[in-house]
Design a protein around this ligand. Structure first.
Ligand SMILES: [Zn+2]
Length: 357
């Protein structure tokens, strides 16, 4: 379903064929954790059997025999190593696999206690075990599952709030926090007129006239029509303004192409400041499909604040990224166009272009 699914640990290897003796020996020498559970090594001189990752000193090759599993080793008269607990491997793997299935099937993200209980372990112990097997904590794994779901649902038309709950978040605020981390909505490092920030900028042609495109090293911070260096400097008086470079040129081309081809999927980094509410509104705007419009009231409702129509309108009005955050897709409840920071004629033209598609 998403990238996380592919990062699952190898399935419990009950049915896997045992590697040949040379491969087994190599796995022991490398203390290869991934081979734990595939076989055990029996040490003739001590009568002990170990899993491949056992930290104990290695015996001589000729004193070692390899058997498929603990049961076979016990049948041959060996005892389990007290250091590496070879009998627990299969059980641990099964528990982690069960926990992953539990996390992925859960509608809401389960708590560690619930995951551990499902797997039959104490929470603290299970946390360590899960991390050892997957490289991730259970919470990080669950977050990956949720972000994957959120990306998938946000690509569908519909309410952002519904998408958030569908993805298994318990509250929009958590989703916004994740969105900032994973969906390219970085909370900006810049403050105070851009003090300390470096902003590269250029003006590109578009079919609706010249566009200013500016970016910090984190992402796009200003896209607008009819502005230039003077307006950028007024907005970020304390930032260092530099001419464009290759990276910004490439982004600017994609932004201007978006004017003519609004259906294109763009995944450009964004560096804009806003309150949690404003960021939620901007995320909601990005979920409106090209060619469709929403009312300010619908946007307010979509972010879980149905009464906040005026605030939603303000959030649209202070949008810094024309076209990329499509505030032009929001109209008045009575169907009239409403305002647009870059002039209502631009808004009309953008919408006409999209509906013509
Ligand atoms: Zn051992």
């Amino acid at each position: 379903m998403n990238q996380m699914t592919r990062r699952k640990p190898a399935p419990t290897p009950v049915a896997d064929a045992m590697p040949d003796d040379d491969a087994c020996w190599d796995a022991f020498l490398a203390r290869d954790r991934a081979m734990d559970g595939r076989f055990v090594g029996c040490v003739a001189t001590t009568g002990i059997y170990c899993k491949p990752s056992c930290a104990a000193r290695h015996p001589k090759r000729e004193n070692m025999a390899f058997l498929p599993d603990p049961a076979a080793a016990q049948a041959a008269g060996y005892r389990a190593c007290l250091r590496c607990h070879p009998d627990a491997v299969g059980r641990d793997r099964l528990a982690v696999a069960a926990a992953i299935a539990f996390i992925e099937a859960a509608e809401e993200t389960p708590r560690l206690e619930a995951i551990a209980a499902h797997a039959g372990y104490a929470p603290h112990h299970f946390h360590r075990l899960f991390k050892r097997e997957t490289g991730l904590t259970p919470a990080a794994y669950a977050r990956g599952v949720r972000v994957g779901r959120l990306k998938a649902t946000l690509a569908q038309p519909g309410s952002v709030t519904a998408a958030i709950y569908d993805a298994g978040y318990s509250a929009p605020s958590r989703a916004y926090a994740d969105a900032r981390q994973h969906l390219g909505m970085t909370p900006s490092a810049w403050k105070d007129g851009g003090r300390g920030a470096t902003i590269r900028w250029r003006v590109v042609d578009s079919s609706l006239g010249p566009m200013l495109v500016a970016a910090t090293d984190k992402g796009l911070c200003r896209i607008s029509f009819g502005e230039g260096e003077a307006e950028l400097r007024a907005r970020f008086p304390h930032a260092a303004l530099l001419p464009s470079d290759d990276a910004l040129d490439a982004m600017a081309q994609r932004v201007s192409a978006l004017v003519d081809d609004p259906g294109t999927h763009v995944d450009l980094p964004i560096d804009v400041r806003g309150t949690a509410f404003q960021q939620a509104v901007w995320a909601a705007l990005r979920a409106i499909p090209p060619g469709e419009t929403r009312s300010y009231g619908e946007i307010a409702a979509a972010v879980g604040r149905p009464g906040a129509v005026r605030a939603a309108g303000t959030a649209c009005g202070v949008n810094n990224l024309a076209v990329l955050i499509p505030c032009h897709r929001v109209v008045r409840g009575d169907g009239t166009l409403g305002g647009y920071a870059w002039g209502v004629e631009k808004k009309r033209a953008l919408l006409a272009q999209e509906k013509g598609k």
